[in-house]
Design a protein around this ligand. Structure first.
Ligand SMILES: [Zn+2]
Ligand SMILES: [Zn+2]
Length: 318
């Protein structure tokens, strides 16, 4: 069973034209922002990244312990790159993600203001791991570089894989709307193998109960509607109250790692449900897998950023 049609052909054509125009603007504005030579080789130390941070730091709160650690900005970028990046991808792909991570950090400094720090260390914000030689190198090579919108660090998002069509931000976060976070095709996913997961009606029922749904028996689940990007917008959950759930809520209730995205089709198998889908994550903004493939086919960092964030300006702090 194929996924439903996404965007009408006319809309795609118009969007493609807009994207091309944005790309031209972007390329002119950002010419030469990335280093033309290879990034520095050899061991990059914490102190190198501290120096490159020019006094800027991020207060990171641990979700597990509540402990707050202040980390120099460029070391933070190197550590998030280790947590969120694709370890096998090239320097160019790592540098692209480093810019997105830095931009996210600078645009979200008040996200955990009430908790007494800037960003948490979970998927709610950005996940950190120990920095390695590659992530340190990519952070240093792009030190201070960020994407701006109307002169401010851009509110942006990225996810592991869009699966072939990115998602418009407002479908995931109602009220979040930016011209550079639209739904667009990503033509580097042709060889993706769809993921597949089978869950019993009983465990789906249990998960929905924990999410606040009432009812003695879940008698069936059906996709009620798909949105323009081909992702599940709503599902009907027969026997429960309420009997309609959004694709987002359904995925979160079942576990974002089990149901990798909302770009799935659903087959009823009697006592179980079989989900077959594409992509991993919400699909908004930069696609980490896609960035790696674009770099592998020869696109440079500016072109990759312009594809995923059309119209943003690549600039430097200070
Ligand atoms: Zn957070
Ligand atoms: Zn993609």
């Amino acid at each position: 069973m194929s996924l439903p049609a996404r965007v009408p052909a006319k809309a795609v054509t118009r969007k493609a034209a807009v994207r091309l125009a944005c790309f031209v603007t972007f390329a002119v504005l950002t010419c030469g922002a990335f280093p033309s030579s290879a990034p520095a080789q050899g061991d990059i130390t914490d102190s190198d990244l501290d120096g490159a941070s020019r006094g800027r730091s991020v207060r990171v709160g641990s979700v597990a312990t509540g402990q707050v650690t202040t980390i120099p900005l460029e070391l933070y970028v190197a550590r998030v790159l280790a947590g969120e990046g694709e370890p096998k991808s090239s320097d160019i792909a790592q540098q692209v993600l480093a810019v997105a991570i830095r931009t996210y950090s600078l645009a979200n400094t008040s996200r955990h203001h009430r908790d007494g720090y800037d960003l948490c260390d979970s998927t709610h914000c950005q996940v950190l791991r120990q920095a390695n030689a590659m992530t340190r190198r990519s952070s240093l090579a792009t030190a201070g570089q960020l994407l701006t919108f109307e002169g401010e660090p851009a509110e942006l998002f990225y996810s592991a894989s869009c699966g072939g069509q990115s998602e418009i931000a407002s479908e995931v976060w109602p009220g979040v709307s930016h011209p550079y976070l639209r739904s667009a095709p990503d033509d580097v996913h042709e060889s993706d193998v769809p993921w597949d997961v089978e869950l019993s009606l009983r465990e789906v029922h249990r998960a929905l109960e924990q999410a606040g749904f009432k009812g003695e028996r879940l008698s069936g689940v059906e996709v009620e509607s798909y949105n323009a990007s081909g992702r599940v917008s709503t599902l009907r959950v027969a026997g429960l109250q309420p009997d309609v759930v959004s694709g987002q809520q359904f995925r979160m209730a079942l576990g974002a790692n089990r149901l990798r995205s909302t770009a799935f089709v659903l087959k009823n198998m009697g006592a179980s449900l079989r989900f077959t889908g594409r992509g991993y994550g919400h699909g908004v903004g930069l696609c980490v897998i896609g960035a790696g493939r674009r770099a592998a086919r020869g696109e440079n960092a500016e072109a990759i950023l312009a594809h995923y964030y059309p119209g943003l300006k690549l600039t430097r702090l200070d």
